[in-house]
Design a protein around this ligand. Structure first.
Ligand code: HEM
Ligand code: HEM
Length: 179
């Protein structure tokens, strides 16, 4: 195991960042599973009302998280990470932040053209956008939701695999500082 340098002592992300990361991660995993398996489990449970409501909450929480992200600096990466790994991590994180906004926005756009209300867990209705059924915008958003949803699933798998690799193989602090 590499010798840990002084700057590799455990410096965590701040508590709000860790909490928001955990809450949004759980919601994104829920939406990826219900989105991908939704049609297959429809006979047992219709997941799309919860998928839509959770997706809107992901959008709102991510907007807050991202705005607030510009107000603090993340802890330094450990010396176990070379410049290529840092670059890949940065690109993955920026990609995840972008998809945490774009995927729910595309869902909101094409679902606005549907006949069902956008209900937040039956508590209140979320406003629909002025999008006509069958319009080019609705179709592009639908297509985009599918393609970018699967891209997000791939990035999440890569991201989680990297976190577990750091924890169990490299044995550095990268996972612990986000828990
Ligand atoms: C980060 C949040 C979200 C993620 C990760 C996500 C992911 C996905 C994925 C992977 C699919 C399956 C794509 C396919 O096979 O066609 C899907 C389908 C769907 N999503 Fe989302 N989604 C999110 C947010 C939303 C939002 C906010 C809405 C609407 C307000 C929405 C509405 C739908 C609908 C209606 C489908 C079914 C589409 C179909 O059967 O053609 N999603 N979602
Ligand atoms: C499932 C959806 C997930 C999303 C959308 C997501 C998103 C993100 C984003 C955007 C960051 C960058 C934080 C920043 O610097 O602002 C991050 C960091 C991190 N995530 Fe996730 N994450 C997810 C799941 C997970 C899971 C399940 C794990 C653990 C197994 C994990 C472990 C980490 C770690 C360790 C970091 C810090 C990496 C570092 O310090 O370089 N993430 N995540």
């Amino acid at each position: 195991m590499a010798t840990l340098a002084a700057n590799d002592q455990l410096v965590r992300y701040n508590a709000v960042a860790r909490t928001l990361h955990a809450v949004i991660a759980a919601m994104v995993i829920f939406n990826l599973v219900t989105g991908i398996a939704g049609d297959a489990i429809e006979d047992i449970w219709q997941p799309f009302p919860a998928h839509k409501a959770t997706g809107i909450l992901i959008l709102l929480l991510s907007l807050g998280r991202l705005g607030w992200r510009f107000t603090w600096t993340m802890p330094d990466w450990p010396s176990t990470m070379g410049s290529l790994k840092r670059k890949i991590a940065r690109i993955t994180h920026v990609g995840l932040y972008a998809l945490m906004l774009i995927v729910p926005i595309t869902g909101w756009i094409f679902s606005s053209a549907g006949k069902y209300p956008l209900s937040i867990y039956g508590l209140f209705d979320w406003p629909k956008l002025a999008v006509a059924k069958g319009s080019a915008l609705a179709d592009a958003a639908h297509e985009g939701h599918e393609v970018l949803g699967f891209l997000m699933a791939g990035l999440v798998v890569l991201h989680v695999a990297a976190a577990l690799h750091h924890h169990f193989i490299i044995k550095d602090n990268v996972l612990r500082r986000m828990l």
